[in-house]
Design a protein around this ligand. Structure first.
Ligand code: PXP
Length: 237
């Protein structure tokens, strides 16, 4: 059964709406852990639209499970990560105008740059995961630069419309998980997973952890964070 990493970015999105102190992502992380989350995920974006530098410092001090810091490979953020030393970082692409991380890293066309960041972070004792599309070229490229962990972008699966597209995107995920496992990679997955679509992905053999944010934070508005996390875990099981 995959573990559950809860992404708390959108707790900070709500706080930034008034630029105050509430709601507090660190307290939200505590509640997620109380409910049984296996790790806490937070994305320190270059534009600081939700999570702030201070949040990462506080999360590093207070998270009792594992802190998975999502980040781009820009030197400023790599430097921050090397200083704070979260348990893991997940390297993601970032575009200023995107609403969310719309696709995986293009490792194939950026081997040198991504490899340099991966090595730097690893030298600081941080585990590094690469967020990539469920695509052979990207999986092979991740292996080529010595990655040991990947996170497969489930956006195409989550956004699929109609039975044909749904089946096709699920098969793509199924194939990618198997192929990556055969290459010896630890495989995580996430993006766009929710209470309706998580079960099919959770049932795939070979996924270590699912990272889920938006749907859990939305449900938490109605039922509270504790129940929202518990319910997601129940579906994964
Ligand atoms: N995994 C990664 C690498 C992401 O960038 C995101 C979104 O920040 C997620 C998982 C969670 O996606 P969602 O918020 O759609 O559940």
């Amino acid at each position: 059964m995959p573990k559950l990493g809860v992404n708390i970015d959108h707790v900070a999105t709500l706080r930034q709406a008034r630029q105050g102190n509430l709601p507090d992502p660190v307290y939200a992380a505590f509640l997620c852990e109380e409910a049984g989350a296996d790790s806490i995920v937070a994305h320190l974006r270059e534009d600081r639209r939700h999570i702030q530098d201070g949040d990462i410092k506080q999360l590093r001090k207070n998270v009792k499970t594992r802190l998975n810091l999502e980040m781009s490979i820009v030197p400023e953020i790599v430097k921050i990560a090397c200083k704070i030393k979260p348990y893991q970082v997940t390297l993601v692409p970032e575009r200023r105008k995107e609403l969310t991380t719309e696709g995986g890293l293009n490792v194939a066309d950026n081997l040198r740059k991504i490899s340099a960041s991966l090595l730097k972070l690893r030298e600081s004792g941080i585990r590094v995961s690469l967020f990539i599309d469920p695509d052979k070229k990207q999986i092979d490229s991740a292996c080529k630069i010595g990655a040991k962990i990947i996170e497969l972008h489930t956006g195409r699966y989550a956004d699929a419309k109609g039975i044909g597209q749904k089946e096709e995107s699920f098969s793509e995920m199924q194939w990618a998980v198997n192929y990556a496992n055969l290459q010896g990679l630890i495989v995580n997955a996430g993006h766009g997973l929710d209470y309706a679509n998580v079960r099919q992905i959770a049932a795939l053999n070979g996924i270590e952890e699912l990272n889920i944010g938006y749907s859990i934070i939305c449900k938490a508005l109605y039922v509270g964070l504790y129940k929202a996390v518990r319910e997601m875990q129940r579906l994964i099981k």
